[in-house]
Design a protein around this ligand. Structure first.
Ligand code: DX5
Ligand code: ZN
Length: 222
């Protein structure tokens, strides 16, 4: 499965967003990952619909919209999903997941489901064929700079096995403390889309170009 890098824009230099987006495009980022938070589902606020509009006006890269919000079905249209975009909702945040995934697909975007660290993979048992991607949260969502939840590594492997049986083309994304070292372990466990934040792509010790190359080198296995 192709390796894809999805820079987490909440970790970008928001005072020089255009420059960061230009550097990310030059470094061949696959998606722009937007963490949307409502202060309810997670105890933080970050990016919103106007930020997404600004990003779309500068960059032609597809977006990977991570809705860490209660009842995402109520807010979907605010983000104007486009063909090629990923729209990722939390299994824990909606009452009618299968209908929501169908709605996202009817809008032309790729439907995806995120699982918090404590949520078992079997909560997705009856929607495995309705999704294009599963996001395995490798930290408890809400803030950048957190540490990997160790139990999420075997969870990635188990999710890959479950998908291989029901929907082999479905991808696995990981999000949270995707550091250079952790990314290798996450890739070996079966992840193929890596959300890079302060631990890697926006690590203060590297330029975006250096960090993207370094991260790619950690997850592409000979
Ligand atoms: C999880 C966070 C991550 C974060 C990744 O809620 O939103 O997506 O941006 O950054 P680091 O690498 O700091 O975990
Ligand atoms: Zn995210």
């Amino acid at each position: 499965m192709d390796i894809k890098l999805a820079p987490s824009l909440m970790c970008a230099d928001l005072t020089h967003l255009a420059a960061d987006l230009e550097a990310l495009e030059a470094a061949k980022a696959d998606y722009l990952h937007l963490d949307i938070m409502d202060g309810q589902f997670v105890p933080n606020f970050t990016l919103g619909p106007d930020f997404l509009k600004a990003v779309r006006s500068i960059s032609s890269l597809p977006v990977d919209i991570h809705l860490m919000v209660e009842r995402p079905e109520l807010h979907l249209q605010l983000f104007d999903p486009q063909p090629g975009d990923i729209v990722c909702v939390h299994q824990e945040a909606t009452y009618h997941l299968q209908r929501l995934l169908q709605t996202i697909r009817d809008l032309g975007a790729k439907p995806a489901v995120a699982l918090n660290p404590a949520t078992p993979i079997h909560m997705l048992e009856h929607v495995l064929e309705d999704l294009d991607m599963v996001l395995i949260m490798t930290v408890n969502p809400g803030y950048a700079g957190q540490k990997l939840v160790p139990a999420s590594l075997p969870k990635i492997r188990a999710m890959r096995q479950l998908l291989d049986g029901a929907n082999p083309d479905a991808e696995i994304e990981v999000d949270g403390n995707v550091s250079f070292a952790n990314a290798s372990r996450m890739g070996e466990a079966g992840a193929n889309i890596f959300v890079g934040g302060s631990s890697s792509i926006f690590h203060p010790g590297f330029t975006i170009d250096e960090a993207m190359a370094k991260l790619r080198g950690c997850v592409i296995f000979p």
